[in-house]
Unconditional design. Structure first.
Length: 609
């Protein structure tokens, strides 16, 4: 059947058959939206006389209200903030909002005083530090140079991790400072834990509702058009997430350390066959763990509760023992858990003092778990009270140690089993012990990919790379080298690796030496801290090779660091500043500026934890 009245032809060279092919499969609502869209396009080209004639004839052309201007900034370390910002921008455009999205790293601070509507998505690194991308804006805003902002309306989405005491500190500082400068909140700040997806989605929806309400109606009857646009542009859901992980079969599990090592490190190979799951070197694989039976029993004893007691979690009823095993965090205490528990145990004045005093709080949280809390500050709790106090059990992310180009349908991990004694009890890392002790080849690990947009190989394969890792921090560099070999990258690759002992802790030694012989690894320097009386760490090798390091950097090399943030991240930055100061013959301040420029150019990249 023709879509046009009899004897009427399509303009612009379209025929009726072409239009039918283009619209096949669209719903009535979508066809309505398209007709309104094309009507608006043709109405925009009519003269004022034609518009007036239409009005006299009773026609009602769409009258568009000025679209509100909106800027969305993201300051992200791994790319989660960028993802939220882009998804929010897509929703804003579907509502007819004129929007621009920008990395804070590229944002001119002078532009802030001209903004009218601003959404800021920002993460916090470690104990209250801004991500590298947001450092400049953070410093500017908190300085006396920041302008008054009485015309700005804004909202902040803060991303963080409650296992850190200074949870979402950067987001809080941005939010409070903007208010001090006279800006008005569109919506109160929202703080997101590790599983940020749902609260971030709700924040975007609510803040865009506020913006739309302030702007007024866009067009006559536009709501149906907007709904159709949202239907058409709705992004496809992630195939695997924390709520819907992939069951990846363990293909291989090999202990990498030699006999007598103080370390216990495993190489795991997981099957991704038929999953469609994709990752790139630099990404992480998140593993959904389970708490060990021994810890669950200790918590039940300390709480004096029955494992079979029913509890409600997220609208589902299950036994307390199962909830403690699969759903609730037990091995790590966080500030919010102590705050909720203190509210249920008001007779414990000492606990309330600990929660109120930051140094005491940090000292108490270190090395303690839920069983410690329940033992040291006993209280009469129901099973439901205990479930409500505890934090959801988050996945743990491990840097991927493989390239999909080299290992199709596989994901490799390098995992150190965490075991230590504290406060009179043996402790085990919840996920590392789950992988090391409770999963064997043939078992399935529950996993999904966490993308890290800012820890990636250079787009130009001719660019040199310097990779510095300690312990399991070598994992992503195995993936980097595999990928570059497979792609035939011309750039040089230099690995600096550190661990306690050469004979027992040289992870992937045979592979590195083979790469070195073949020339697919240009240089290899190692530091084994316990092989001599004086401890030598990988940052010391960096200083010893100062001339070469500086030469590579001046030639455009990218510098990567992976490992423990407290023990490695800061030490490497200080060593690199010394390298620059020595080789460039400049001041400490100029060397710090050099490092800052590398970060801003995204040539100094960290994956630290």
């Amino acid at each position: 059947m023709s879509l046009l009245p009899q004897n009427q032809t399509l303009p612009l060279g379209f025929d009726d058959d072409t239009l039918q092919r283009l619209t096949t499969g669209l719903s009535d609502q979508q066809l309505t939206w398209l007709s309104g869209y094309f009507y608006g396009r043709t109405s925009a080209g009519r003269s004022e006389v034609q518009q007036a004639a239409l009005a006299q004839a009773g026609a009602r052309p769409a009258v568009a209200a000025p679209a509100p201007k909106l800027t969305i900034l993201y300051g992200s370390q791994t790319g989660n903030g960028k993802k939220v910002a882009q998804q929010t921008a897509d929703q804003a455009r579907q509502r007819g909002v004129k929007v621009s999205v920008q990395d804070v790293n590229d944002y001119a601070t002078r532009s802030l005083k001209t903004e009218q509507q601003l959404l800021l998505v920002v993460s916090t690194q470690g104990e209250g530090e801004p991500p590298v991308a947001a450092e400049e804006l953070h410093q500017f805003l908190l300085s006396s140079r920041a302008p008054r902002l009485p015309d700005l309306r804004y909202s902040v989405l803060a991303l963080g991790d409650r296992s850190y005491v200074q949870f979402c500190q950067t987001g809080r500082e941005f939010d409070e400072r903007l208010a001090e400068l006279g800006a008005q909140r569109l919506l109160a700040r929202v703080e997101c834990d590790v599983d940020y997806h749902e609260p971030a989605r709700q924040w975007a929806e609510r803040v865009l509702d506020v913006i739309a309400a302030a702007a007024g109606p866009v067009t006559s009857g536009s709501s149906s058009y907007v709904a159709a646009a949202q239907t058409l542009a709705e992004p496809a859901p992630e195939p695997y997430t924390s709520r819907h992980p992939l069951g990846a079969t363990v293909l291989e599990k090999i202990q990498l350390n030699g006999c007598g090592s103080t370390k216990e490190t495993y190489h795991l190979e997981l099957s991704l066959a038929d999953s469609g799951l994709h990752y790139e070197p630099g990404d992480a694989l998140a593993v959904v763990p389970r708490n060990g039976e021994a810890l669950v029993d200790e918590v039940l004893r300390a709480a004096r509760l029955d494992a079979a007691a029913p509890v409600q979690l997220s609208g589902l009823e299950l036994e307390l023992g199962l909830a403690l095993t699969r759903q609730l965090e037990l091995s790590v205490l966080t500030r919010d858990v102590l705050e909720r528990y203190a509210a249920l145990a008001p007779h414990h004045y000492q606990l309330r003092e600990i929660v109120a005093d930051l140094p005491q709080l940090q000292h108490y949280l270190y090395g303690r778990d839920v069983a410690d809390l329940l033992t040291e500050f006993p209280a009469e709790l129901s099973a439901q009270h205990l479930a409500a106090v505890l934090r959801p059990l988050p996945a743990r992310a491990y840097s991927l140690a493989s390239s999909l180009l080299v290992h199709p349908d596989e994901a490799h991990l390098t995992v150190a089993a965490v075991r230590y004694a504290a406060h009179g009890r043996r402790r085990h890392g919840v996920c590392s012990s789950h992988l090391a002790d409770r999963l064997a080849p043939g078992d399935a690990a529950q996993v999904y990919v966490e993308r890290n947009e800012y820890f990636k190989l250079p787009a130009d394969g001719a660019t040199d790379i310097i990779m510095l890792g300690a312990g399991t921090g070598v994992a992503p560099f195995r993936a980097f080298v595999e990928e570059r070999v497979e792609l035939g990258a011309a750039g040089r690759s230099w690995l600096l690796f550190g661990n306690p002992n050469f004979t027992t802790d040289f992870l992937y030694q045979a592979e590195w030496l083979q790469h070195l012989r073949r020339g697919t690894l240009s240089a290899l320097d190692v530091a084994f801290s316990r092989d001599q009386a004086e401890k030598v760490y990988v940052q010391h090798r960096l200083l010893e090779k100062a001339r070469d390091v500086y030469g590579w950097l001046e030639n455009g090399a990218h510098f990567y660091v992976c490992g423990d943030k407290a023990r490695l991240g800061t030490a490497v930055q200080e060593a690199l500043k010394q390298v620059v100061q020595r080789e460039a013959g400049c001041s400490a301040e100029a060397a710090a500026d050099y490092l800052r420029a590398l970060k801003k150019q995204r040539r100094y990249l960290e994956d630290v934890y």
